[in-house]
Design a protein around this ligand. Structure first.
Ligand code: SAH
Length: 253
């Protein structure tokens, strides 16, 4: 009898224990489906934004391969938990250390302007959450990305590895200096705004390569720039649109 009671009690406790797990799992699956719907809507918003006058998108469009890359990245898993429900709004979000994850439209635009191909090796300066690196990861051969805030670099490296982005290498350091060990790069993207185009980045760009970055001008106004290095090494720069990024900071040595 006592044995049966123990068995019943044990079964009850087991069931109790399993219940929250079952609920949690069901909630998680529903959440994942919901997030993928939200992500599809975000991609539609990005496409519509590109079609508007003054969007900066060449020909008013973001190419299908860039949109597909964005549709594949779980942005909600790269933002702090408390901002998850806002992960697919077309807006920047805080990621701690006074930094932000860029607005998805700007990520799409910069990725489009970079025009990197399947075989390209790309440098990103300003890893932040790792979101931009994850988007690039689906489009190119390898992404090297540098983040000056060590805590952010560590978190992004762990998140990207956990999510299976095997072709992204994260390093903590001052990206102003580029990453000479892996240079030259087919393309470089900077996601924080300096006041001058960092000469090491120009030097580490292949002839025929592109650098996409915000640049701070007079009165703190920033412009998104496309800087092209011709086959002869000549530099041509174009302003695309006004933007607002966190400043590119420097390590003092
Ligand atoms: N690309 C990021 C957005 C980053 S915000 C994303 O997808 O989430 C810009 C980031 O640049 C911040 O995390 C900031 O710490 C970093 N940063 C600023 N100056 C830097 C520098 N000199 N080298 C590397 N990273 C820098």
């Amino acid at each position: 009898m006592r044995c049966l009671a123990r068995w019943v009690l044990g079964g009850f406790l087991l069931a109790l224990g399993a219940l929250p797990v079952a609920l949690y799992a069901a909630g998680d699956a529903a959440g994942a489906a919901d997030f993928s719907q939200q992500r599809a809507r975000l991609v539609a918003t990005v496409r519509a934004h590109a079609a508007q006058p003054g969007s900066g998108a060449p020909g008013g469009r973001i190419s299908p391969r860039v949109l597909a890359a964005m549709a594949a990245v779980p942005r909600h898993l790269l933002v702090p938990k408390r901002y998850r429900r806002l992960a697919y709004a077309d807006r920047p979000l805080p990621i701690g250390h006074g930094q932000t994850i860029s607005q998805p439209y700007i990520v799409a635009l910069m990725t489009e302007l970079l025009g990197a191909g399947r075989e390209d090796v790309v440098l990103e300066v300003g890893t932040g959450s790792g979101y931009q690196a994850a988007v690039l990861s689906g489009l190119v051969r390898h992404v090297y990305t540098i983040e000056i805030v060590a805590g952010l670099a560590r978190r992004a490296a762990a998140d990207l590895a956990r999510l299976g982005y095997g072709n992204v290498t994260v390093r903590a350091g001052d990206g102003y200096r580029g990453w000479p060990e892996h240079a030259p790069f087919d393309a470089i993207m900077v996601t924080a705004a300096p006041k001058v185009i960092p000469p090491p980045l120009i030097a580490q760009l292949k002839p025929g390569g592109r650098l996409v970055m915000p640049l701070e001008g007079a009165f703190g106004r920033q412009s998104l720039m496309v800087i092209e290095k011709g086959a002869d090494g000549r530099i041509v720069r174009r302003k695309i649109i006004a933007v607002r990024f966190v400043p590119l900071t420097r390590n003092r040595r």
